[in-house]
Each structure stands twice: as C-alpha cells, then as structure tokens.
Write a protein that binds this ligand. Sequence first.
Ligand SMILES: C[S@@+](CC[C@H](N)C(=O)[O-])C[C@H]1O[C@@H](n2cnc3c(N)ncnc32)[C@H](O)[C@@H]1O
Length: 361
Amino acid sequence: MRLRNVQGLKMEMQDEDALGQAEFWQITLAFVDSLTLKCAVELGIPQIIHAKGQPLTLSEIITSLQAPSPDSSCLSRVMRFLVKKQVFSEEVKVGEAYYRLTRASKLLVRPGASGLAPMLTMLNHPIFLAPWHCFSRCVVERVDAFEKAHGSKLWMYTANNTGANDIFNEAMASDTVVVLEALLSEYKSGFAGLTSLVDVAGGTGTAVSAIVKAHPHISRINFDLPQVVSSAPEHPGVVHVSGDMFISIPHADAVFMKWILHDWNDEDCVKILKQCRKALPSKSGKLIIVDVVLHLKEDTSAFADSRLAFDMLMFAVTSGGLERTEEEWRALLSKGGFSNCNIKPLPTLQSIIEAYPDPNE
Ligand SMILES: C[S@@+](CC[C@H](N)C(=O)[O-])C[C@H]1O[C@@H](n2cnc3c(N)ncnc32)[C@H](O)[C@@H]1O
C-alpha cells in the first residue's frame, strides 16, 4: 500500500482527506507568509541583522528596535515562523538562538538601497490589495478590479495620489536594481553598437541610470508619464522626458521596455509597438523587452509559480494586462511590426526579448 507523510506521520491512502486538509490550509494561509515578512521589514529586522554583520540573538535584535517596550514573546513567534519559511536561519549556541539572514532576506538589504523591500511593501499595501477583493467580479463582469476598488484605473489613480505614486515607483525601481544587475552581466553584447536608447515607461530612471554606468557611450532618455518623471531623481547622463507612449515616443537607436507590455492587452500593446516602430530607425532599430515569458509545460525553474502568480497580479491591478508564453510574444510582436525576435532567459523572473523591425514595412 502506498504511504504518504503528513505532519511527520506515516499515513495510508485513506488519509487523502488529511492531505487535502493540509494542502487547503497551506494555500489558504499563504497570505500569512507575505504579511509576516512585511511585519519583519517594517520592524527593520533584516537591516538590523545586516548592519551588525553577525548573527544576533532575540534580545540583541530587540535592543536595536526603534520601539520603547517591544513584546519579546510576540517577536520570538514572528522569528520562529520566518525561520520555518527560510527568511531567517537560526543557530542555537549554549541554549540561545542566533538569527542570520538567508539568501531570500539578503535581497531586502542590498547595498545602497533597500533591496526588494519596497516591492514587498507595495504588493501588500491596502491600496494594492483592495482590487483582490473584487477579483471574482473581474471574471464575471469583465471589469478592471483596480477601478472597481478605487474608482479609477491604476495610472489615473497614481496621477492623483502622490502617496500611491511614490509607493508604486519605489517598488518598480527596487525590482529594476536587481534585474539590471543580471541583465548587465548576462547581456553585455546587447548594448554594443548602440549610440542612443530610450527607456519607454522607464519609471524613475533606475534602468537607464544603470545602463549609463555600464555603457557610458550611449545617450539615454528615460520616458514616462508626467507624474512619474516629475518626481524622478536626477541621474548623471540621463535626460527625463514626459509623455504618453500611446501618442509618441522619443527617437533612438534602441527602445528598452521593462515590465511594460505585460500591463496591457494585445490591442494596446500593438499600439505601443507601432509607436516604438516609429521611434526606431527602420533598418537598424532594436527593441529590448524585459518581461516574463511563461513556459507552461516545461518551466522547472524556481520562478515558475511566481511567473504564473504575476499573471493573476496583472489581472487584479491592470486593465487587461497578462503574462505571455513564447508563442504569444512572437504573435504579438509580429502584429506590432517586429516579426524577428530572440528570447534569452535571465536568472530572474523576467527574460530578455530582443526584437527587430520588419524590413519590408
Ligand atoms: C510596471 S511599471 C514599470 C516601470 C519600469 N519600466 C520598471 O520596470 O521599473 C509601468 C510604467 O508604465 C508607465 N506608464 C503607464 N502608462 C504610460 C503611458 N501612457 N505612457 C508612458 N508611460 C506609461 C507607468 O507610469 C509606470 O512607470
């Protein structure tokens, strides 16, 4: 008889029900993982451990907390949970637990920035969680969940709400720091021969600023909506231009777009691609897209579940955005006038999709 293991006990096939219960609770309580991590980030625990440069006991962590009288038993339960989730690791010496960062929590304390913490904060912020409570209505009524929750679509909402705009832009910039590190190391040849580049919907300019440092010979424009560009920091060598990518895009040898086309349905993407086409030289122009590519059958990578989760996220926060398979990317790009494309994996959630204008158009 086949044996399964639930909570460390050997159980027989008739205990399928117990396994079902275990799986049900795991999926139902998944929000606890994310929100408990948010609690640790708000308390600054990854930064406290990182700053000391050595494993810390609970009382050492408590001493560094910016709080008059923290509840040590509550914090010890938070740490126990996050050790189980491999956010921290624990080593017991002479009866006392010492906590260290793991590879996941090291991403929250990257040098010079707060790592991916702003992304965690944004995804768990009440503004960005509210649309999830309208998600089933998206399916039934084909409405935009963000608009249902807040009365306006995402970009209109951020245009009128400085707090949400800042939270969103910081989150995007935090992911860009991590992805650009991988991109610039894996895709050195991709920028060779370019003299100018425009980052379309580039947020606050984090990507172009990293590209400037690695390839100082390229002149760069960061292009985004007025509410984003107006609050973007100055980056040496980067010109910020505000505008609407559906209307016109500044001209350059290459258009770079990270995490843009997944925000839009195919019809809108074709409009954006046609503007990219106009912005590029017809023979030598190049489009560099950094976006998720779904490999539905054979994605064995550690990112597989998160790529599909992002497809749900696009449903919840955008008007028709989605993650696409390789075939869907090729078909979309071809409709937008870029039938020649190469897809290159990156060791990140996203891949590089390099595309070239159709020579006959
Ligand atoms: C998902 S964010 C990606 C930002 C940046 N590329 C990154 O990955 O960090 C999408 C960006 O699209 C911009 N955007 C939305 N509609 C736009 C439009 N019509 N024209 C230009 N930018 C737009 C938003 O302001 C936002 O910065």
